[in-house]
Design a protein around this ligand. Sequence first.
Ligand code: ADP
Ligand code: MG
Length: 416
Amino acid sequence: MRFEDLGLIENLLKSVKELGFEKPTYIQERTIPVVLDKKDVFATAQTGTGKTAAFGLPILHRLKKHQPNVHRALVLAPTKELALQISEDVHTYAKYTDLKIAMIVGGKDLEAQRRELKRGADIIVATPSKILEHIQNGLDLKDIDFFVLDEADRMLDMGFVKDIRKLNEYFSKKHQTLLFSATISDKIRKLSKLLLRRPIFIETAKKNTTVKNVSQIAYKVDEEKKAEATAYLIGSRNFEQVLVFTRTKKSADALVEVLREYGLKAEVIHGDIQRSTRLRRIKEFKAGKFQVLVATDIASRGLDIAELPCVINYELPAAPSDYIHRVGRTGRAGREGEAISLLDIYERYDIRQIEKIIEEKIPQEILEDFEPDPTRKREEREAVKLKSEYKNQYQKRRPKKKQPAKTKKRKTTKRG
Ligand code: ADP
Ligand code: MG
């Protein structure tokens, strides 16, 4: 299938062509006709599948021409960074139309944003709490024709469900709702029942799988050698750009220091760094101004940073599902990618949890000159006994369904 076959207006096909999109991705091929057909959508799709154009193009097509004084589409995203990404992308698609896009997010002056809205915004891209604030200050959304929830699962995780319900009540007129989520849970199903009318279900790939064209490998490296090993890997493999994930802010800061000592151009983003600085660093990284970006999960989730050749998991994430999100940064939109994980003695067990979710085995190898200390066997036995700390963390976060204790090991962990 080609973009031309989807019946989109010429002015959109032109910008798509300029972006170098040769053919629609699967989610685009499925979603675009449904939106054009005025139906609600409930789509499961991971990051990197091309969601933004999947909802952006048909909405732009249907909005056609700028109309002053009305807002006709609202796109919600969980974070400011994602909202920025979406509005930039939609802006590019809209290049040959006169449609206007505005962004409503935290950290901007309320008055200035209001003026921006007054100048005209056919499409508003926003975070849930911010848009409500504007509504309470008189923003009128009664003309909304399109309501999009991007990464709805994350918005629920972040506690935005009340905001979303409230928002939905402000749309007086009949409108079309498009809901996108990487994962499906009872919460999502409930929300979808509330928001969607006879939706068309669109499912891309299998749930919880990593991106197909990413090769995954793990190296056994002791904790204290990891920073050096990371510098070595980046240096010796000649990766043009690398995204390195750490589990904590502290290790992110420490790692950046070491990488710089090795002469690598590296920057860091995490929750303690000002948003404006984070956004600037991401922008510069995208522009190729430095080689290594070190990031925590929170700071980077959902961001389309670039088509990266390589992602390094300096530490495994706290939640196994974050592994999928991390690895989703590479091999995007059909390109080849590589995901390297460095495993200390405990993480060699933790990774089994991830392997279960992705239903794939990640080979574990030794990196020359960074061989793990063999005298740590005793610790290793200890590690098995304790099982993985994060696994328990993860289970605690789940709804309190009664779960029979499956193994003796789990009982031990609970006490210890
Ligand atoms: P998602 O929201 O699903 O994570 P995005 O919409 O951010 O995905 O798209 C991921 C990347 O793929 C972006 O860099 C985007 O420009 C690119 N992309 C989107 N659609 C296509 C396409 N049809 N062909 C090639 N690249 C595409
Ligand atoms: Mg997206």
